[in-house]
Design a protein around this ligand. Sequence first.
Ligand code: FES
Length: 494
Amino acid sequence: MKKHIIHLHPVGKEIQVNDQTPLIDVLHEFGIEFPCGGKGTCGKCKVRLLQGEIEATDAHRMKIEQLGLSPEWRLACFSQCTGHITLEIEQFNHLILADESEFDFVPQKGFGVAVDLGTTTVVAQLIDLSSSKVLAVETMLNPQAKFGADLISRIHACLDGNTSEMTRVIRSAIGAMIELMVEKHKVALQKVVLVGNTTMQLIFSNCDVTSLAMYPFYSDNLGMKRFNPEELGWKFQVVEKVQFYPSIGSFVGSDILAGIAATGLHRKEDYTALIDLGTNGEIVIGNKNQIFCTSTAAGPAFEGANISMGMRAVTGAISSFNLDIENIVAHVIGNTSPKGICGSALIDAVAILRRLDKVGLFGEINSGDDHIKLIGKVILTQKDINEFQLAKAAIAAGMTILAYQLSISLSDIQQVYIAGGFGNYINLEHVSDLGMIELPEERICKMGNTALIGAKMFLFSDEKITNEILTKTRHINLEGDPNFQDIYVDRMLL
Ligand code: FES
């Protein structure tokens, strides 16, 4: 298959992709947001074509025209790569918030780095604090992966005596990412802000995670962690301190704190929800008066774990299924042959099979077989469908219990933001149809990496926003709610 190179300007990144690869498949890894979820209405994903060509379809041209853009612009969410191209990423010139607005910031002197430390991937952006421009971006897979793919195996690796080594590898890897950006741009850093889930924060900080491994899974070491570059083994200077932002609860970290800041949920009049469908399935519901949050065991299935042909949203994963009359059509990330399905495609598959009445209300395969052929060699087994039901029930039950705690009904929630890596591919109609989020599709929107947006906001603010959010937010343990089991079982129905 033909390969092409995409140059990202001004961050100086080069990416090799297969012919016809949609830009959305590669750009979101660099922290680029698709605020309207790729509908072509917000224009925030616009890129300027500096070299090469991107053929625009009629629908794409119409969107460009409607948004009043000149001919050299393209919408990344409508574009595919069919040759070598150089793109100027407009979004890197402004900080775009999760609600599609631009961040109103007070310019500061110097440069800062925002880091989203995920269990699977790490993204770091170098920001000019006088303009909020992104000057450079680095991404990598979390090198702790050799100690286990998910949070639970990382925690167990710590219990086996590997904490110091896991701390060392992640500090050194993030230090190397930052050093690359700083050296290339010859800048002195004012500050570095890190956000991540509670386990990532504790391991980065070389703190004990034992309490997260056993009942009641509670850590009292959730606060802000401050470092000097020298103690992290970093060779560059940081004028102010390096800060790892505080967690909200034992399994609701500063990535969610940053997400709340990025969506402005803590200042909204209307009840709003933020759901991160990553490893942990964190759910937040609240408004300017009070916020409740929790985490659920929803993550593994949506990350492809425990699914027979499941995989993460990387090249080769089927990211979506659609129904074209009676035929199931698949989209494969990176325009290559399918190797398996990721979480968003799992949701699509179950929704479509339910619609075609191949799967019943209880998740049973109506033919009595133990699997259904989807496309090529890709199948969905009875066990996969049951895993999906557990995951979707965890989200739906979590939302119901948080709403109950807030003394509101689910219909009082005016807006649901979906954060997390594979959020870009989620079909909101299917999410709503299956009762995973029991609200109409129009109230749900995809938000991409709200953790990174929030981390960038933290570079421009003192700790006031953080304290405001923490004061308003209460962490709930779902299993501790006497109604959880009944609600959970009920929400397994499709
Ligand atoms: S136009 Fe909104 S994401 Fe592309």
